[in-house]
Ligand binder design. Structure first.
Ligand code: DC
Length: 214
């Protein structure tokens, strides 16, 4: 039986942290779909192939690279993500991942609206611009980045504006999503909120989580 958790929201709102924690707690597979767009962008930057060629050529090795989380790759990912043929090339992989037996968590921008409109749980995770910039700044600094807080703030604002304004699969909350504002929450509180929502939906749907896998 499949059970899908769709987590969407703007950059650095906490989607990935919450997604990973839910996957671990409930024994589900997790896919950070931003990595698909980042890996596509990385290939474009490195080899000069077109974004569509890069998206069609993606392999699992391309997702494992440790140089996908830079601000430069984030900006390029947001640009290639606005191309409908790129999104089309990545669609089937995401849908198949979501349908796997045993359940899956996917986080991104269009999971609840386009990739998995029938997901059992849909969360739209947000936080204020400043809080998101502080979190991303700390993450980037830990990897040796020298970008200042203000540059990081401008970077995520530019990305959110582009991701929200594009015609194809824009960043918008699904009508039936539950909004979770993490600005004032600790990581643990945000995870607990999301886990409670998930647990309630699992009970309603009769899905048996593989709790022994933890
Ligand atoms: O989640 P992230 O910040 O790593 O994503 C990088 C970019 O990829 C983001 O700015 C927009 C794009 N993206 C998308 O368009 N759709 C998704 N489902 C995930 C990411």
């Amino acid at each position: 039986m499949s059970f899908t958790i769709a987590i969407d929201g703007p950059a650095a709102a906490g989607k990935g942290t919450i997604g990973r924690a839910l996957a671990e707690r409930f024994g589900l597979a997790h896919l950070d779909t931003g990595l698909l767009y980042r890996a596509t962008a990385r290939l474009v930057l490195d080899t000069g192939v077109t974004p569509v060629e890069a998206a069609r050529a993606l392999t699992s090795d391309a997702l494992d690279r440790d140089d996908l989380r830079t601000a430069e790759v984030g900006q390029e990912a947001s640009k290639v993500a606005a191309i409908p043929e790129v999104r089309e090339a990545l669609l089937n992989f995401q849908r198949a991942f979501a349908q796997r037996a045993g359940g899956a968590v996917l986080d991104g921008r269009d999971i609840g609206t386009v990739i998995c409109p029938d997901a059992e749980v849909k969360l739209f995770v947000t936080a204020s611009d400043v809080v998101r910039a502080q979190r991303r700044h700390a993450e980037l600094a830990a990897t040796g980045s020298t970008l200042g807080l203000d540059e990081v703030l401008q970077e995520i604002k530019a990305r959110d504006a582009r991701d929200s304004a594009r015609a194809n699969a824009p960043l918008v909350p699904a009508e039936d999503s539950i909004q979770l504002d993490t600005s004032e929450l600790t990581i643990l509180q945000a995870i607990e909120n999301a886990a409670e929502i998930t647990y309630a939906r699992m009970s309603e749907s009769g899905f048996q989580a593989d709790l022994d896998s933890n």
